[in-house]
Design a protein around this ligand. Structure first.
Ligand SMILES: Nc1ncnc2c1ncn2[C@@H]1O[C@H](COP(=O)(O)OP(=O)(O)OP(=O)(O)O)[C@@H](O)[C@H]1O
Ligand SMILES: [Mg+2]
Length: 342
């Protein structure tokens, strides 16, 4: 692909952008803060840090939801800001060629929206290509998809979990489940309210998840959480233990594993044999949760492999599609993607 090419993974939680031959150049939360008539105040981490604290005149949006673009106009503003931000770091997106990862299990119209965001932005792209997300994910994990046996890739993101079976260079089966890391955060919010009468915000819950949840621990770790007492309405601090949050998170995780099981039940026996031998490839930011590999392994009786930096496997897979000739055929124009899905 052209020397000025970028691969984009529009995630519900974070946008990741890979620059050909250079690596991941952008990895920021998919959040935008605007005021009044849509004037942008902040994007990414800065906008995220305002969640739950913003005054009325500031609107904080997550324009990507359930794996697809839910609000075109705010996503367009976010894309324009990303282009300007990256431009300051020397990455000129203007006039470049783009490769976008799209979930397999969404409608053609939803796939086209990913294309339209880049096409309508200030970037004025030279060319836009599309690659199925599960294929990019598998390649980013280092799986040689054309020559390898059947593989099961489970990508636990924030809003979605994409469960895909790849064999002989193609997708045999793919399922997009409407749950991921956000469900874990919500489960923590509910458990802390029930047990301690303490109302905590989403960012606090995520912090607890990242710092305290550990399925391999004995449940005796603790940390302090701050919030509002449900009964008195006053600010309070409580000591939270890992046993409570491990148990809370295990419930939505179990729902994800039920979906994985239902996919496993539908795959041809030859591929089952491959999956048994190779194990599961676990990707997405939620794969960083401590002890998750052992938890899943115990539930499914299969080995669980987690690649390095599992949140960026899709973006790094797009990178390889742009860089290696043998994967060139996976970068398709939008119309061809339509045709194949007819
Ligand atoms: N160390 C960690 N422990 C637990 N969870 C983590 C950790 N790091 C990130 N996460 C979670 O990973 C999720 C984000 O993962 P990722 O970046 O893969 O999502 P995404 O690709 O943007 O979302 P989606 O694929 O659903 O569109 C968030 O819910 C975040 O809380
Ligand atoms: Mg993702």
């Amino acid at each position: 692909m052209a020397t000025k090419s970028y691969g984009i993974d529009f995630g519900t939680y974070a946008v990741k952008i890979y620059k050909i031959h250079q690596g991941v150049r952008f990895h920021q939360k998919s959040v935008i803060a605007t005021r009044d008539k849509g004037n942008v105040i902040a994007i990414g981490e800065e906008a995220y840090s305002m969640i739950g604290k913003e005054p009325e005149y500031i609107h904080i949006d997550r324009p990507i939801q359930n794996g697809v673009i839910a609000n075109f106009d705010t996503m367009l503003s976010l894309m324009n800001c990303i282009s300007m931000d990256m431009g300051r770091d020397g990455d000129k997106l203007k006039g470049a060629t783009f490769l976008v990862a799209v979930p397999t299990e969404v409608t053609d119209v939803e796939k086209k929206t990913f294309y339209d965001i880049i096409d309508s932005s200030i970037i004025r792209p030279k060319k836009i290509r599309i690659t199925e997300k599960p294929l990019a994910d598998a390649i980013g994990c280092g799986i040689d998809i054309a020559n390898s046996n059947g593989s099961l890739v489970v990508d636990i993101g924030a809003d979605t979990t994409e469960i895909s079976v790849i064999s002989q260079g193609g997708i045999v089966l793919s399922r997009l489940c409407p749950y991921g890391g956000y469900r874990f955060d919500e489960a923590i919010i509910a458990a802390v309210r029930r047990k301690y009468n303490l109302l905590i915000g989403h960012r606090t819950a995520e912090n607890i998840k990242i710092s305290l949840v550990d399925f391999s621990s004995d449940g005796t770790d603790v940390m302090f959480a701050y919030g509002r007492d449900f009964v008195s309405g006053l600010p309070r601090e409580r000591e939270i233990n890992s046993e409570l949050v491990n148990r809370a998170v295990a419930e939505p995780l179990q729902a994800i594993l039920d979906a994985v099981k239902s996919v496993l039940e539908r795959i041809p026996p030859e591929i089952s044999a491959d999956v048994y031998q190779g194990g599961i490839m676990l990707t997405g930011g939620s794969a960083c949760m401590k002890g998750i590999a052992d938890f899943i392994s115990a539930e499914l009786g299969l080995r669980v492999n987690i690649p390095e930096d599992p949140a960026t496997t899709v973006a790094r897979g797009l990178g390889r599609v742009m860089e290696e000739e043998k994967y060139e055929h996976l970068a398709k124009p939008l119309r061809q993607t339509y045709y194949e899905n007819d």
